[in-house]
Design a binder for this molecule. Structure first.
Ligand SMILES: Cc1ncc(COP(=O)(O)O)c(C=O)c1O
Length: 386
């Protein structure tokens, strides 16, 4: 890989073993697995096997609980919108958190426009959503709680098992967006106690454009994509056979080596954090120690723009992400930082490093060499610098 890529939470390269597993399904075994003729049936078997494999890896009871989708965004939309519409006769109150990915957050805002009541729970200053806050928010008309497993920006891992217990005890369905946690930490639907769970292959070295929504047997869902009987009528559209095969293989590979890889990444992440904290000037670490995904480190350099740091690092061949989105020349602090109580002038200086399979010790050394002069230079020209 040319340059240093530290943006694995955005996307990952597809593993060569995954590409190899997918290849025959573009050419020789190309048919629509929904067709009853011999060509279709040749593709059907591998799709069924992939579904069984994914069900087993996620700890699901049955392959029928796995719906293949076009990715994390669709899985999240289907979970939130699908349950809200299926339950609308029982109640129109949904609970989520203020730090969700837009795939959940904006879908909930859309539901609010459609007449639902939505409660956005605030996390604490480490990004943790607490069970007592959830318990207090549940009402007789609450039909769904959706709280993410691992946060994409700061890496906080939510206490899903505890939160899901609160919902279950009150008869409310629970969805978790496990798009960032799958492949990085254990994701088992029984251990987490969830009714619905989203994952996306491109976050764990699988192909882009394919995901899964796990839906526990018995949970009713109104489809979002209409027009075909695929996925038991819950999601229309010709199966993305190569993608499905690739997702299953990638999840298998990510699960196999997960523990050792997690420890390796956490060591490198901690080294990076130590080096950044040793730099002169102030820095705010947003990623909570001991409560985060092993590969993620989010830090803020108060008074300077994260986007400026990101672009300066990119010139040096180091690719990272910034939490703030640049809207017409003005950087908007991230909603996650805001919800964690981080002031805008601090949040604007946010940088996210997300490490992965190809990150090595030398990469961290290089970042710690390049970053201090970049930050020093930007501080010197910052209008808020005094
Ligand atoms: C937490 C989380 N949820 C959902 C998504 C959306 O996934 P996809 O890119 O597969 O649509 C992402 C991607 O960044 C994510 O980080």
């Amino acid at each position: 890989m040319e340059g240093i890529y530290l943006d694995y939470n955005s996307t990952t390269p597809t593993a060569p073993e995954v590409v190899e597993a997918m290849a025959p399904f573009f050419t020789d075994n190309f048919a629509n697995p929904f067709n009853l003729h011999r060509f279709g049936q040749r593709a059907r078997g591998p799709v069924d096997e992939a579904r069984e494999k994914v069900a087993a890896l996620l700890g699901a009871d049955s392959p029928d609980e796995i719906i293949f989708t076009s990715g994390g965004s669709e899985s999240d939309n289907l979970a939130v919108e699908g349950v809200a519409y299926a339950s609308r006769g029982r109640g129109r109150h949904v609970i989520t958190s203020a730090i969700e990915h837009p795939a959940v957050l904006v879908t909930c805002e859309w539901l609010a426009d459609e007449g639902w009541d939505v409660t956005f729970l605030s996390p604490d200053d480490e990004g943790v959503v607490h069970a007592d806050a959830l318990a207090a928010a549940i009402r007789p008309d609450t039909v769904l709680v959706s709280i993410m497993h691992g946060n994409n920006e700061v890496g906080t891992v939510e206490p899903i098992a505890e939160l899901a217990t609160v919902a279950r005890e009150r008869g409310v369905l629970f969805h978790t967006d496990a798009v960032q946690s799958a492949g990085k930490i254990p994701v088992n639907v029984v251990d987490l106690g969830v009714d619905l769970l989203s994952i996306s292959a491109h976050k764990f070295y699988g192909p882009k454009g394919v995901g899964v929504l796990y839906v526990r047997n018995g949970v009713e869902l109104v489809p979002v994509i209409h027009g075909g009987h695929q996925e038991e009528g819950r999601r229309a559209g010709t199966h993305n056979t190569p993608g499905i095969i690739g997702l299953a293989r990638a999840l298998e590979l990510a699960t196999d080596g997960r523990e050792e890889e997690g420890e390796r990444l956490a060591r490198l992440r901690d080294k990076l954090e130590g080096g950044i904290l040793a730099m002169p000037g102030s820095v705010v670490v947003m990623t909570p120690a001991g409560k985060a995904l092993p590969n993620t480190l989010n830090v803020c350099f108060p008074g300077i723009e994260g986007e400026a740091i990101m672009l300066a690092l990119d010139i040096e061949g180091i690719s990272v992400a910034t939490g703030s989105a640049c809207v017409s020349g003005l950087s908007e602090p991230s909603h996650v930082h805001a919800a964690m109580g981080c002031p805008p002038e601090v949040a604007r200086g946010s940088i996210r490093f997300s490490l992965g399979k190809y990150t090595i010790e030398e990469d961290i050394g290089r970042v710690l060499e390049v970053l201090p002069p970049v930050v020093e230079r930007l501080r010197a020209v910052s209008p808020t610098n005094d």
